[in-house]
Design a protein. Structure first.
Length: 221
């Protein structure tokens, strides 16, 4: 059951998203204060298993560490993992470095697949990356404000003005969220969908498991 946020609560969530992104594109569970309540438990509504969530965090930490050893100050690699499917973005010196980074990330335990969107280009500036973080915050806020979309179902990453949407969603959710993302900020170059699709029946089962007993209609188990 989707929570009906008031406009004040939505603003608090939006501000929280901006703060998180400004702190350095942090991902995972972050204790956000909304109306006096900490929302760190929002991770419970994640459509990944707890094991997958843990693996994704580990993959991102290990991946960026390994990539940094390869690129040094001649590149920048952002590793984003959702349900053990990895996205690589950033800049590298040449195609050889791009390939080497992917090969190293692929050796991390748990990695299922890799989308390598690294580009051969000079390393982006802090200002450019701050702009990307701002776009991500705006996309998250737009999804929060959209009926029938659940921000906890997504992982959103922006690099060089390109918004990447990852998550376990239905075809309907995927199409709607992409449309919402495209209109969230004027500086978005394009939106890339990297979804793992589930059926509407699977979504109903997930939502039923995540709905507290006290919120279920009387007479249901």
């Amino acid at each position: 059951m989707k929570t009906n946020f008031s406009s004040g609560m939505r603003r608090s969530l939006t501000i929280g998203a901006f703060c998180v992104m400004a702190a350095g594109s942090l991902q995972g569970c972050f204790p956000l204060m909304v109306g006096g309540t900490y929302m760190g438990t929002m991770a419970a509504a994640d459509r990944r298993s707890l094991g997958a969530q843990t693996d994704d965090t580990t993959i991102e930490i290990k991946g960026e560490g390994r990539a940094d050893k390869i690129t040094g100050d001649q590149g920048r690699v952002a590793v984003t993992s959702f349900n053990r499917r990895v996205l690589l973005t950033g800049e590298v010196r040449n195609d050889r470095m791009k390939s080497e980074v992917q090969q190293q990330i692929a050796t991390i335990e748990g990695v299922k697949s890799i989308e390598n969107d690294l580009v051969v280009a000079p390393v982006s500036t802090v200002s450019e990356r701050s702009g990307d973080a701002l776009i991500t915050g705006k996309v998250k806020a737009a999804i929060i404000d959209t009926k029938d979309l659940y921000v906890t179902a997504y992982k959103i990453h922006t690099d060089r003005g390109v918004v990447y949407l990852m998550g376990r969603v239905t075809q309907r959710e995927g199409k709607l969220s992409a449309e919402v993302a495209r209109n969230a900020a004027s500086k978005i170059k394009k939106v890339v969908k990297l979804f793992e699709y589930i059926s509407e029946d699977e979504l109903k089962e997930i939502m039923a498991r995540q709905t507290p007993d006290q919120d279920k209609p009387s007479g249901t188990k």
